[in-house]
Every structure is written in structure tokens, then in C-alpha cells.
Design a protein around this ligand. Structure first.
Ligand SMILES: Cc1cc2nc3c(=O)[nH]c(=O)nc-3n(C[C@H](O)[C@H](O)[C@H](O)COP(=O)(O)O)c2cc1C
Length: 384
């Protein structure tokens, strides 16, 4: 199988077949099936919300590459009159710098430095993008998911429910038949904002927001947790507070207050994996209320498995989909296809290699001759 993997890695450099999960199953006896918000997806790798899911063209390219799912850029909620309490997040900024960033322990990783925030066009334009995504999903292709930032009040003040109802209702109408999936973004710039300085306030948002979104339309809600500027124990408290969500995304980028920018790299994955470990050791006994999705510094199949072993049923990447082309071993195809090629087929660090290694070490066992990615995830919830 090792020799076969080397051969696949070489030949797929020129073109990754869209149905690569079928090939992985037939060739290596590995079932990569994963789950995002209760939906079955052919493999665990998706795209996190951001600048890489702004247009129908980007979605079509990702669909052609065989991406697992794509979360659209975060739109800022509005009420029926068009008023947005979070308007400060709808600013226009195009310049992004993909650069190295050294972690606290000196390891050098990649980060994207960018001073923008949410969707900066109209809600109507966002709904058109949602409909384009829906068409791909309906056709049996890419699972597309909108993302929203809604009003978050200080403690003691009411939520502007009209923003929740109007925006969620508009998304549900645009999506039409079938369950609408939504991510609620708690962003790093929010973590860096004075609004997020009060712990009780943050916990209240996490407790109440899933219900407010659900009251507006039939919808499944994933809460994307920010990395608050408090310790790991508080991060675990945040996860517990958000247990009413249908899934939790752990966790959005860190905030560098000195530079006033969000960042990723090894500090981010260290923090997220540490928090997931703390969660497993906590009173919940490794069985969090909601299914988990991982995000942060994922650039190898091995790192996908680090998140999976801690209970993540899928992962969403951003930075690894925007590296300089020289960083991918593939020679042809879109960045998404090149990234998937490395993440899945790299002979040392890819998902196939790491799963075969896990099987050899007894971390995951074949059932009826097949290895299942989700077995590794389920294992994370078993006591001991
Ligand atoms: C330029 C940029 C813009 C982003 N915009 C959003 C956003 O609008 N909403 C959101 O939920 N996450 C956003 N993210 C976070 C990513 O979706 C992802 O969760 C995070 O960057 C961690 O993954 P990574 O280390 O693979 O980049 C953004 C990230 C980057 C780099």
C-alpha cells in the first residue's frame, strides 16, 4: 500500500480525481466519510468562512475539486429596515498578506494578515450567492453553508431579535427546501473588542444565540467559537455554554492586540488542541454536548487526525488554501485541488498514510476489512 500511495501521490500531482474518496476506499480500504452539522460528507476537509468563499465562481471551482463543504463569508445581520447593529464588521478591505509567523515556542507556521472583517456588500447580493451554493448542494455536489454575525448585546440588554428573524428568514427563503445549515461566527476581532471583556456576557451570548436563530426558521446551527482573551478553562466553559448548538467549531483565530490583527499558525492549533484535551478530561468525560468541527493551522492529514482524535467530525481550513503555489507538491489544478492532494495523498503526512499508520498501531481497527475515519472520532468520546 505504501508503494501504491507513492504512485498515487505522483500521478495525482497533475490532476486529482474529483471522486478521490471512492478511489481511497477501493484502493486502501479506507472510508473517509465525515459529518458536518448532521450531513454526511465524503471526506472531512472543508473550507472555513472567509475571503475564499465570496463568489459563485469560487464555489464552482471547489465543487469541481471535490471539496467536502464550504462555509460562505460571514454576512452581517440586518433588520427589516436594513439596520445592522454589527455594521462595524461590514468593512471593505481586499489586501491580504500570506506570511510566516513564529509561535511562542519558535515553530514557524503560516498566517494571513488582513484587516477586513465581514461581507461588505448587500444582503441581496449575499442571498444570490446562497442560491448559487444551494444549486450545487442540491445537485449532489459541494455542501454550502452560510455564515452570519448577529447582534450581541451587553449584559442586561435585550437581543435585537428582529435582526435574527429577518436575516435567518431571508436565508431560509433563499435556500428553499431542505434543512438550512448556518454557522454563527464569533470572530477574533470580536474577541479583541471591549464587548468581549466580560465573561458573563460572553457566556450569555453562547447560551442564548442558538435558540434565537432557531426560533426564526427551521435551521441547524453551528457556533464557531472565538478564542477569547482568557485562559483555557474559560474556553472550556464557553464550549459548555454553547451546548445548545447543533455543532461547535473550535476555534477561530487568535487576536494579537498589539498589532490589532487576527492570526493563526502553531499557537492557534496548540491552543485549540489543548482546549479539546481539557474538554475530554472535564466533567463531560470527553462527550461534549454538541458534535465538534476543528479549525486552525491544518496543513497536513496528520493535523486533521489530531483534531479528529479529539472528537472533530470534520475540519475547516482557510490559510492552507491560500499558500504560494510553490508550497504545494501538485503541479496543476486549483489551489483547493492542490491542497486536497497534499492533505490526502502525501506519502508521509497525508490522511491515507496517517490512517494506515494508526491502524498498524492499533489506534483504529478495520471493521469488515475497512478503516473508517469516523471510528477515530467516535473513539474520542469513549471513556478511557
Ligand atoms: C483572511 C481571513 C478571513 C476570514 N474571515 C472569516 C469570516 O468572515 N468568518 C469566519 O467565521 N471565519 C473567518 N476566518 C477564519 C477561518 O475560516 C478559519 O477558521 C481560521 O482562519 C482558522 O483556520 P486556518 O488556520 O486554516 O486559517 C477568516 C480567516 C482568514 C485567514
Amino acid at each position: 500500500m505504501r508503494a501504491q500511495l507513492e504512485r498515487d501521490f505522483e500521478r495525482f500531482k497533475r490532476a486529482l480525481p474529483r471522486d478521490f474518496p471512492d478511489h481511497v476506499r477501493a484502493t486502501y480500504g479506507i472510508d473517509l466519510t465525515a459529518r458536518y452539522l448532521g450531513e454526511r460528507i465524503p471526506h472531512p476537509i472543508g473550507k472555513g468562512s472567509g475571503q475564499l468563499s465570496l463568489t459563485a465562481g469560487q464555489l464552482e471551482q471547489d465543487d469541481a475539486a471535490g471539496l467536502g463543504f464550504a462555509v460562505l463569508k460571514t454576512v452581517i445581520a440586518e433588520d427589516p429596515g436594513g439596520a445592522r447593529t454589527m455594521a462595524a464588521w461590514a468593512i471593505h478591505e481586499t489586501k491580504m498578506t500570506v506570511e510566516h509567523r513564529a509561535a511562542a515556542d519558535g515553530r514557524v507556521g503560516w498566517t494571513v494578515t488582513w484587516r477586513g472583517r465581514g461581507w461588505d456588500r448587500s444582503l441581496a447580493e449575499y442571498l444570490a450567492l446562497v442560491r448559487a451554493g444551494r444549486d450545487l448542494t442540491r445537485a449532489g455536489g459541494l455542501l454550502v453553508v452560510p455564515s452570519v454575525k448577529y447582534h450581541l448585546p451587553p449584559l442586561g440588554q435585550p437581543f435585537h431579535d428582529s435582526e435574527y428573524r429577518h436575516t435567518t428568514g431571508a436565508l431560509a427563503t433563499a435556500w428553499g427546501e431542505g434543512p438550512l445549515l448556518v454557522e454563527k461566527d464569533f470572530s477574533p476581532t470580536l474577541a479583541g473588542d471591549a464587548l468581549a471583556e466580560d465573561r458573563a456576557q460572553v457566556l450569555r451570548w453562547l447560551r442564548e444565540v442558538p435558540g434565537l436563530i432557531r426560533a426564526a426558521a427551521p435551521v441547524r446551527v453551528a457556533v464557531k467559537l472565538m478564542n477569547a482573551r482568557f485562559d483555557d478553562a474559560f474556553q472550556v466553559e464557553m464550549i459548555a455554554a454553547a451546548a445548545g448548538a447543533d455543532a461547535l467549531v473550535v476555534g477561530n483565530r487568535l487576536f494579537d492586540s498589539a498589532r490589532g490583527v487576527a492570526y493563526g499558525g502553531w499557537d492557534l492549533s496548540d491552543r485549540n488542541l489543548r482546549v479539546l484535551d481539557a474538554l475530554a478530561r472535564g466533567p463531560a468525560g470527553g462527550a461534549p454536548g454538541s458534535p465538534l468541527v476543528g479549525t486552525g493551522n491544518i496543513g497536513t492529514g496528520r493535523m486533521v487526525l489530531e483534531y479528529a482524535r479529539r472528537g472533530c467530525q470534520a475540519v475547516e481550513l482557510h490559510t492552507f488554501f491560500q499558500l504560494p503555489l510553490s508550497q504545494y507538491p501538485a503541479t496543476h489544478g486549483s489551489r483547493t485541488a492542490r491542497a486536497l492532494h497534499a492533505l490526502v495523498f502525501h506519502p508521509q503526512d497525508g490522511l491515507v498514510a496517517a490512517l494506515l499508520e494508526g491502524a498498524a498501531a492499533g489506534v483504529v481497527e478495520r471493521r469488515a476489512g475497512e478503516l473508517h475515519f469516523l471510528d477515530l472520532v467516535d473513539h474520542a468520546h469513549r471513556p478511557g
